[in-house]
Design a protein around this ligand. Structure first.
Ligand code: ADP
Length: 456
């Protein structure tokens, strides 16, 4: 198993957590149990000491029966009775005391100490007997064999159960993690398979797990949008090269013409040079517009100064009047002042695109109305001409790049089908919307709607 695999990491983590928890739990359990058991042992010793002390202090030593002494001793305890000077007077059960040395220690009160010997560990309780019947010392030796046996057994059981539970956890974890990573593994396998097969490939598997199914759907959705944008880019490049090819071919044709005839024929030379210059001019404009389309959003809208839309429109329309004196331009405004935060140059560009189209496609009536309408949360700019109009089926496409209703007509008028898509992009950058209403042969109406600036 790979050390970096999810399965291995899961297995390691779960085993570690279980082992750690178990270790802490069993250590605490054994520790507190041992404290409790130790306390029980000390109490037993204390009880024996008290009982024996009471026996020796309440009657003459020769009247005490051996049975009285033995009933006061529990659990293998041994007792030694000393004189005040440390001589052993009696031991019970008789003879046991010589197995190991217990020092004679005179005490004034009851004292319990521990004693470690080769034969084991003991508690030694000492007490002072001072009555009319006996004056001396009493020692009771209490073996801790049972206590240590219980603790040792507990440790052994804890180790055994610990080992078994870790083994069990590891096995369960292994199978569980195998199950868990299965869907991820199958996704990874499929991804590997479709790798390099292009953006049109999709994941086609059902993992029966919510999260991974979601992953598959998200991946496929992401691939959908990737494919769409990939195709759009491809289309854009194809369209752009196609658009560039025509003027380039014209220039090439005329240069060849000049090369063959133009050197001797000034008329051919002049004509061809003029056409080439016009076509190069067209290429230039096209390249500039293409660059404009790929530009990013404007900087933060807050940084932009607001302008008076009404004034800008009036000024732009009066320029158009001078350039096209044969046209009739009308302006109608619902308010004198409509403030909006937009880059001046962008707004000028917008108006120019729509007014230019109105002029281009209204060559008979030559009647163009530009109006504004201010509402509570938005305002509209409407540019209406009375020209050829746009067929209904083309209405939704005119904002697409390079789309032209009548290609040759548009080209004749210097159009390349990019104006409306540039305008739409600019408008959307300022959170606006644009749409066209038209009746073929009657009118075309462009409606631009911007949201009112909040601080106004
Ligand atoms: P172009 O440079 O060809 O004018 P646009 O993107 O500005 O490109 O417009 C796309 C197409 O929409 C035009 O080719 C034309 O067919 C149509 N169109 C745009 N504005 C008008 C209008 N005012 N009247 C009629 N048709 C229009």
């Amino acid at each position: 198993m790979n050390r970096n695999s999810l399965k291995y990491k899961w297995l390691r983590l779960s085993t570690l957590i279980i082992s750690f928890t178990y270790l802490i739990f069993s250590t605490l359990l054994i520790y507190f149990t041992s404290l409790y058991l130790r306390d029980l042992e000390e109490r037993a010793l204390d009880r024996s000491l008290d009982e024996l002390q009471h026996i020796y202090e309440s009657q003459p030593i020769n009247t005490i029966s051996r049975n009285d002494i033995l009933t006061s001793l529990y659990d293998e305890q041994t007792m030694i009775l000393y004189t005040r000077s440390g001589n052993i007077v009696s031991t019970e059960p008789a003879g046991d005391v010589t197995d190991f040395a217990v020092d004679f220690v005179p005490v004034s009160d009851d004292v319990i100490t521990t004693l470690e010997t080769e034969d084991g560990n003991f508690l030694v309780g000492r007490s002072n007997i001072d009555s009319m019947y006996w004056s001396g010392f009493l020692t009771v030796i209490h073996p801790l064999d049972n206590y240590y046996l219980i603790i040792r057994t507990m440790v052994m059981i804890a180790l055994l159960i610990g080992f078994l539970s870790i083994l069990f956890t590891s096995i369960v974890s292994y199978f569980f993690s195998t199950q868990m990573v299965k869907p991820i593994r199958s996704i990874a396998n499929q991804l590997k398979r479709i790798e390099g097969e292009g953006v049109s490939e999709r994941l086609s598997l059902k993992t029966d797990t919510e999260e991974t199914d979601y992953m598959v759907t998200s991946f496929n959705n992401m691939m959908d949008s990737l494919e769409e944008s990939f195709n759009q880019q491809k289309q854009f490049v194809e369209d752009a090269s196609h658009e560039l090819r025509t003027p380039l071919q014209i220039v090439q044709g005329h240069l060849k013409l000049i090369n063959r005839w133009g050197k001797d024929d000034p008329q051919v030379l002049n004509e061809s040079l003029q056409i080439s210059i016009d076509e190069l001019h067209r290429i230039n404009k096209l390249v500039e517009e293409l660059l404009l389309l790929t530009k990013n959003n404007p900087r933060q809208l807050e940084e932009i100064e607001s302008i008076n839309i009404v004034e800008e429109i009036n000024s732009r329309v009066s320029t158009m009047m001078k350039v096209h004196p044969d046209y009739h331009f009308a302006v109608e405004h619902s308010h004198d002042d409509i403030q909006f935060k937009i880059n001046n140059h962008h707004f000028e560009q917008l108006l120019l695109i729509f007014l230019d189209n109105a002029v281009k496609y209204d060559t008979e009536n030559k009647y163009i109305i530009t109006s504004t309408e201010k509402h509570d949360d938005h305002f509209d700019i409407i540019i209406m001409d009375h020209g050829i109009g746009i067929p209904e089926e083309d209405l939704e496409n005119v904002f697409n790049r390079f789309y032209r209703v009548d290609k040759s007509r548009s080209r004749q008028q210097g159009g390349n089908g990019l104006g409306l898509s540039i305008a739409k992009k600019l408008i959307e950058n300022y959170k606006g919307r644009v749409w066209v209403e038209s009746e073929e042969g009657n009118f075309t109406k462009v409606i631009i709607r911007f949201p009112s600036n909040k601080d106004k």
